[in-house]
Design a protein around this ligand. Sequence first.
Ligand SMILES: CC(C)(COP(=O)(O)OP(=O)(O)OC[C@H]1O[C@@H](n2cnc3c(N)ncnc32)[C@H](O)[C@@H]1OP(=O)(O)O)[C@@H](O)C(=O)NCCC(=O)NCCS
Length: 178
Amino acid sequence: MGQLHFRLAHVDDAAAIALLARRVVRRWIVAEQPPEGVRALEETLSTPAIRERLRAGQRIHLAFVDGVLAGLAAVRDDSHVSQFLVGTRYQGQGIGRRLWSRVRRDCMRRAGTQVFTLNASRGAMPFYQRLGFVRDDDPQRKPGKVVATPMIYWVDGCPWSRVSHDSRHPCATARRGA
Ligand SMILES: CC(C)(COP(=O)(O)OP(=O)(O)OC[C@H]1O[C@@H](n2cnc3c(N)ncnc32)[C@H](O)[C@@H]1OP(=O)(O)O)[C@@H](O)C(=O)NCCC(=O)NCCS
């Protein structure tokens, strides 16, 4: 891989972010979505929508390889990862793990975050499990138009594992699979 560097997005990055996001989503995510999910994704990932969120202060961590945008991770409220993707040709080289480490550190520094959530596409679940996320069965997390699996990450490890040794708990399953 070429020279890797990271920085936060500026409003001027919106078009490049939209281009990468739409390419990756079309290649990896659209096939598993109903039409309303595809429409919701296309709207969320349009240049004006991204520009608007950046103007409103959203933090999007960007990864560049030799100056070319290769991956991104967007966060809401210093705790919910709303977009996470790496360009197809750059996948499997550790960029996703490095982006996650930056998101985690940034949110913890800014807000003392201890719990992170996200909605995982089917193909990305093994990646998130590898990072320590587990499936979140909290009924409060209502499904949206985009079909995805709610996942959760505790900075200090799953709190239930300290009070319960129930081997059916998702954390126990994640530990067995790790
Ligand atoms: C999912 C995605 C973000 C991962 O980024 P990446 O840069 O390819 O991942 P990395 O190379 O940093 O992998 C990190 C770890 O996860 C593991 N991993 C990644 N994909 C995996 C898979 N499909 N199955 C099992 N393990 C996987 C790697 O082996 C690596 O393990 P290690 O660091 O312990 O050795 C990227 O592949 C992607 O954008 N996919 C398509 C879009 C998508 O689905 N985005 C998520 C939307 S919710």
